[in-house]
Design a binder for this molecule. Structure first.
Ligand code: NAD
Ligand SMILES: O=C(O)CCC(=O)CC(=O)O
Length: 312
């Protein structure tokens, strides 16, 4: 056995109603002027921040386009913000990371999906139709507040596909030589599949999905991303496919065979897309996507995922 492990310094607050602690958490980081990136749950967090709230940005977009970051960065400088608070899915989290790493200000993330980005030092940014992903300790958020209450209204299709995004991180990490990461990945896989085996909209299932997303993101923070994530980034960054739905359509074609059928059956049960064709990908674009991914298995996996044909 051989591994190197560097646990992240992110402070994690988990529970129900925890968004009420955002002002205390911001003050803990020395914040006096907060830029709030907010989609869902933003009004509640804005009220909790009170006089710390300096300005608000609502234009976060999927795959973190650099031109959006530049607009938000201008706002941050204009208002002299010394902390970023983000409420929303991975799109809001990505923008927060992009701002924090450019401006050198701390960030608090309040996730409302299961993307897991809030606990990783990873940032993918899109410019000129290409998504480039980098990993840097300076990108890692300072504080994450998981508030189950802010996820209760997440629509069913987003719930399911975002849970698959979390599952993809854990599947990638399972079997890792670091026994801690392997154990966390196994627990995350069990948690997501258990929550999706019944009604995922109950408070218990939402709690299980949210802590499993934390576990899955924690795994992603510690392992290299492989073909699965590379393909998702190409399909999102160059072909504009939706992130979580793309992970969902790919996963039963990239997961080890002991999980692939279970994953596929779960997606079918919820009626979410299990093929890239259903997501609007043109068959004629598969070879270009494979070229950009630069992996010998890319075209085979993409073709299987386009057709939803059994992997092999
Ligand atoms: N760097 C990383 O480690 C990492 C990991 C995973 C994802 N990501 C990035 O995150 C982005 C995708 O994140 P995502 O899938 O969460 O997408 P998203 O943030 O765009 O959210 C998906 C949809 O859910 C809606 N939504 C979110 N929370 C809601 C709520 N509580 N109630 C109702 N609707 C709600 C959003 O408005 C949006 O329409 C991509 O850019 C991806 O690359 C990064
Ligand atoms: O593919 C993922 O879900 C994780 C990595 C990622 O999306 C990179 C990013 O866009 O920040």
């Amino acid at each position: 056995m051989s591994f190197t492990f560097e646990p992240a310094r992110t402070r994690v607050v988990f529970g129900r109603g925890t968004a009420a602690s955002v002002r205390d958490e911001a003050e803990r980081l020395g914040a006096t002027r907060v830029l709030l990136i907010a989609r869902h749950g933003g009004d509640k967090v804005a009220a909790e921040l009170g006089s710390l709230l300096t300005t608000r940005f609502t234009g976060a977009a999927m795959h973190t386009p650099v031109e959006v970051t530049e607009r938000a960065l201008a706002l941050l400088h204009e208002h002299g913000a010394d902390c970023v608070v983000s409420v929303g899915g991975g799109s809001s989290t990505g923008l927060s990371k992009a701002l924090s790493v450019r401006a050198g200000v701390p960030q608090i993330i309040i996730p409302t999906t299961y993307a897991g980005s809030e606990v990783t030092p990873v940032l993918g940014e899109t410019s000129g139709g290409l998504k480039k992903t980098r990993r840097d300790a300076a990108i890692q958020p300072d504080t994450v507040i998981y508030d189950v209450d802010l996820t209760l209204d997440l629509p069913l299709d987003v719930t399911v596909t975002s849970a698959f995004n979390a599952l993809a991180h854990a599947v990638t990490a399972r079997g890792n030589e670091n026994p801690l990461i392997d154990a966390i990945a196994t627990k995350a896989i069990e948690g997501v599949l258990h929550a999706l085996s019944g009604n995922p909209s109950t408070v218990d299932a939402r709690t299980e999905l949210l802590y499993s997303a934390w576990l899955a993101g924690t795994c992603l923070a510690s392992v290299p991303m492989g073909l699965h994530h590379k393909l998702a980034h190409v399909l999102g960054g160059t072909f504009g496919l939706p992130h979580a739905a793309t992970h969902t359509a790919l996963l039963s074609h990239t997961a080890p065979s002991d999980l692939a059928q279970r994953i596929h059956d779960t997606a079918v049960r919820f009626g979410v897309a299990t093929s890239l064709r259903e997501l609007g990908m043109a068959e004629s674009d598969l070879s270009r996507a494979a070229e950009i991914a630069e992996h010998p298995d890319a075209l085979r996996v993409l073709t299987n995922a386009w057709r939803d044909a059994p992997s092999g």
